[in-house]
Write a protein that binds this ligand. Structure first.
Ligand code: ADE
Ligand code: ZN
Length: 316
């Protein structure tokens, strides 16, 4: 089996958390540059720590890792490094998530974040021709009031974002908690996304569609257990941004041969393949394609369909 040719085709990445592309070596470099003490002092210690039983265990380390980001240059370096790496995988468009609340909490201003992220997007476009867009995600473990206040401040940068998302700890934080936030974002004509059905039940996916009115679902693994929901998602052409290596690392699936992507694709769902948090889960976007193709013995037609879906489902 040699799928490398099709996997190398131009593609879009629609589900990548910039903070999840922060490689251990960059965490060490930034900690030194910013004079910040961190728990791990070598690549070996990171490798040992990066073993997760569930989403929360990962999130605890993810928030710790990003605590080294302080200056405009740090945000530039993070974003430019990701776009450089994505370009090597022949990504032509990337719609990138970031978590403003996780940085504001540590005293980093929106101005610092947005300037660094935006400067990297402009530079990477000039250097590689890659198109980068930004989607701030709201942390569902925090209150809706906190989200509303940050949303208000983010509107000073309305021209630099294409949508909003919902991420962080899913269980116990249903979509309905953020109904007012999503209504406001809809009025601003922003695209609407939510992580749903990653660890949470199918009811969270229904609610993301019916209560929040999302345009795309991030993950959506749980959908396969609900025929009516599969039909709804296929009929309404709601894209799923799935992330195989993430799902394996966070034990959403026991191994990639049990991954739901291709069964959903065969039910006419617009499935796409993405990396989620590549520095934590063992690979960037092409590695996700390669390992899924190997585990499920994918045909070239299936790989091409997944790639084509990414290009039709991109917002920009
Ligand atoms: N934030 C970063 N990665 C995430 C994931 N896989 N699920 C929920 N929130 C996240
Ligand atoms: Zn994600």
């Amino acid at each position: 089996m040699n799928h490398l040719n099709s996997i190398n085709n131009p593609k879009a990445e629609l589900h990548i958390h910039l903070e999840g592309s922060l490689e251990p070596q960059m965490i060490l470099n930034l900690a030194k540059r910013n004079n910040i003490q961190i728990k791990y002092s070598s690549l070996a210690e990171f490798a040992k720590a990066y073993q997760f039983k569930n989403l929360q265990e990962f999130l605890d380390l993810y928030y710790l890792g990003m605590s080294v980001l302080k200056t405009e240059n740090d945000y530039f370096d993070l974003t430019y490094a990701y776009l450089t790496r994505a370009h090597q995988d022949n990504v032509t468009h990337s719609e990138m998530f970031f978590d403003p609340q996780a940085h504001l909490e540590r005293g980093v201003s929106l101005d610092i974040m947005m300037s660094g992220l935006w400067r990297a997007i402009v530079q990477a476009k000039a250097d590689y021709g890659i198109n980068g867009s930004l989607i701030p995600c709201f942390l569902r473990h925090l209150s809706e009031n906190n989200a509303l206040s940050v949303f208000d401040d983010l509107m000073n940068y309305r021209d630099k974002i294409i949508g909003i998302g919902l991420d962080s700890s899913e269980l116990g934080n249903p979509p309905a908690k953020f109904k007012n936030l999503f209504n406001l974002a809809r009025k601003e004509q922003l695209k609407l996304l939510a992580h749903a059905g990653e660890e949470g039940p199918v009811s969270y996916v229904w609610d993301a569609l019916d209560i929040l009115g999302v345009d795309r679902i991030d993950h959506g693994n749980a959908i396969l257990s609900d025929q009516a929901l599969i039909k709804r998602i296929a009929t309404d052409k709601i894209t799923l941004t799935m992330c195989p290596l993430s799902n394996r690392c966070l034990q959403v699936v026991p191994d990639l041969s049990k991954h739901q992507a291709i069964e959903l694709l065969n039910h006419d769902v617009c499935v796409t393949i993405n990396s989620d948090d590549p520095a934590y889960f063992g690979g960037y976007i092409n590695q996700n394609y390669v390992e899924l193709a190997t585990a499920l013995n994918l045909t070239d037609a299936e790989i091409n369909k997944l790639i084509e879906n990414s290009l039709t489902a991109k917002f920009v």
